[in-house]
Design a protein around this ligand. Structure first.
Ligand code: DGY
Length: 309
């Protein structure tokens, strides 16, 4: 039986699948508790989309050949260190696209229509003192998408059904009909809703900074289903607190599971615990794909979903 090393909390359905097929060892992201004799012979490591697999952990595993990520994002994996050793990295794209796009729309509607506040308003009996205030219309509004990849495109398709006017920012213009903005600040200034659908890592760190938030403005709403690191969370909390931004809907945070404390006190931000892809169906599909990538490794077959070059 092959041994796999698990460095992340995984859903039971995947853990059970792993235990049924492999000997499973667990360790922390630092791997400091792994002694050399245990580390030897480990060819596969299982992580999730939020895991940090750094060069020092990779260095402790002399026989490592594959890092299998349960999630589409792999910004926590030191891909350069893995590649330098010829270690393959796989992830679970596509199967979660619908859920993440659905959740972006959920956050957009929920933030604009202040649904969490409205629920509280009814439960607390405040309704008996008078009506709830007005909220912001979504249909027909201008939507800027940051990152028009698989998930960004799925968001655009859904938003089109709300008659939203879509434009986007990314590294380069794509062969689509939506207007492209090379400057994110200019895109932010031109839209009502800005939705982040890019991954994390150094290249996107704090892409949404105080300047972009100022351009989005006091009538603007920011939605993030990409990675928390893309947004300067302190700048966001301050813009929301001072009414320089109308609202934000966030599924991801810079330091999960600890959102910036300034955000927790505000009622113009809708907070979710990184749950966009967490439906039964999708987590099952992600688990199956994770197991398929592992099986391919041990049987010498082509990996179903290696990360792109
Ligand atoms: C992903 O798949 O990257 C999601 O964000 C869950 O980690």
């Amino acid at each position: 039986m092959y041994t796999v090393l698990k460095v992340a909390r995984l859903p039971d359905m995947l853990s059970e699948g792993l235990h049924a097929r492999y000997e499973v060892l667990e360790c922390s992201e630092s791997g400091s508790e792994l002694d050399a004799s245990k580390a030897r012979g480990i060819r596969a490591l299982v992580a999730n989309g939020e895991s940090r697999v750094r060069a020092d952990l990779i260095g402790r595993l002399p026989d490592l050949q594959v890092i299998v990520v349960f999630g589409v994002g792999y910004d926590g994996i030191d891909v350069a260190a893995a590649r330098a050793r010829g270690i393959v990295v796989t992830h679970t794209p596509d199967v979660l696209t619908d859920d993440v796009a659905d959740f972006a729309i959920t956050l957009m509607l929920g933030t604009a229509r202040r649904i969490a506040k409205a629920d509280q308003f009814v439960r607390s009996g405040q309704w008996q003192q008078g009506p709830f205030g007005f909220t912001r219309k979504v249909s027909g509004a201008r939507l800027g998408i940051v990152g028009l990849g698989r998930i960004g495109m799925a968001i655009a398709r859904r938003a089109a059904a709300f008659d939203m006017r879509i434009s986007y920012h990314g590294r380069r213009p794509l062969a689509v009909d939506y207007p492209y903005y090379a400057s994110l600040t200019e895109l932010a200034a031109a839209v009502d809703f800005l939705v982040i659908a890019v991954g994390g890592g150094e290249s996107t760190r704090h892409l949404v900074d105080a300047k972009v938030l100022a351009a989005l403005g006091s009538e603007g709403i920011l939605i993030n289903v990409g990675r928390g690191s893309v947004v300067d969370e302190a700048a966001l909390a301050s813009a929301l607190a001072q009414g320089r931004l109308l609202g934000a809907g966030l599924d991801v945070f810079e330091d999960e599971p600890r959102p910036h404390p300034g955000l927790l006190a505000l009622d113009n931000v809708l907070l979710a615990p990184h749950m966009a892809s967490a439906t039964w169906d999708t987590r099952r599909a992600m688990s199956d794909l994770t197991l398929a990538n592992l099986a391919a490794h041990f049987s010498g077959a082509a990996y179903p979903t290696p990360i792109p070059d």
